[in-house]
Design a protein around this ligand. Sequence first.
Ligand SMILES: NC(=O)c1ccc[n+]([C@@H]2O[C@H](COP(=O)([O-])OP(=O)(O)OC[C@H]3O[C@@H](n4cnc5c(N)ncnc54)[C@H](OP(=O)(O)O)[C@@H]3O)[C@@H](O)[C@H]2O)c1
Length: 240
Amino acid sequence: MSEELNDCVALVTGASRGIGRACAIELAKAGCELVLMGRDTEALEATAQECAEFCDTIIFYALDLADPEAMAETVEDLLESTGKLNIIVNNAGVRGPLDTHAPFDETVETLEVNLLSMMRLNHQCIDAILSSEGPKAIINIASVLGKVGLGGSAAYCASKHGVVGYTASLFEDLRSSGVKVSAICPGFVNTAMVADRGLAGERMIQPEDVAKTVRFVAEFPGTGCPTEIIIRPQMNPYSA
Ligand SMILES: NC(=O)c1ccc[n+]([C@@H]2O[C@H](COP(=O)([O-])OP(=O)(O)OC[C@H]3O[C@@H](n4cnc5c(N)ncnc54)[C@H](OP(=O)(O)O)[C@@H]3O)[C@@H](O)[C@H]2O)c1
């Protein structure tokens, strides 16, 4: 448990698996109360059970974050239940279409989930964060593909470049209120999202590495904010 985050309320999106699940566990270990979001109820329940070893108060909501009505209802309910909110880890994301000829709806969905739902959630929660006692942080999981382009990933790159630009601007808007605002930009992380790419799992960044980075940002002293963190796999995951 950490002194800094003890009794904070942390909301993690995409907490049903992968990086989000690891973030939920890490923040539970730090002493946070948790609000978990994703679509898969059973998988959210499994995350909540893992976190229960470290924290008493966990609520989860199964919803499609790209559905504005569902989000509005959920946020209202969660703020009523918790009474405060200190940290948001905006992690939910999709890989998106890998082919420029894929139906354009897939591009729209990618931007909806990866960028607009994050902005919408922050917009709906910011007053609650500002009025809550204790540490405050908005941590957005971007990607190295928010910094460079990659063929076959136009929608994903557009969404993640959007996340990086949005985060940098939000930091400026909120910095005097003491809210840490940070974009974390990992390279390949060993999760289901990249499981079909023939990469060596043990040579990738592990979800727990990203979770530790999230905690590092949330616990950072009040005098500074790591506004952007790039994480590259130490080894080349393409080589055996
Ligand atoms: N893996 C990588 O190499 C990598 C690298 C850089 C950045 N990232 C980013 O890290 C974040 C997490 O990715 P991951 O690797 O952990 O992928 P993952 O294992 O595929 O997990 C994605 C998570 O997002 C949730 N999600 C997706 N669409 C959603 C929607 N419409 N509404 C609610 N929840 C939704 C999923 O929940 P449900 O299944 O319950 O819907 C799941 O919990 C993403 O933003 C991704 O872009 C990943």
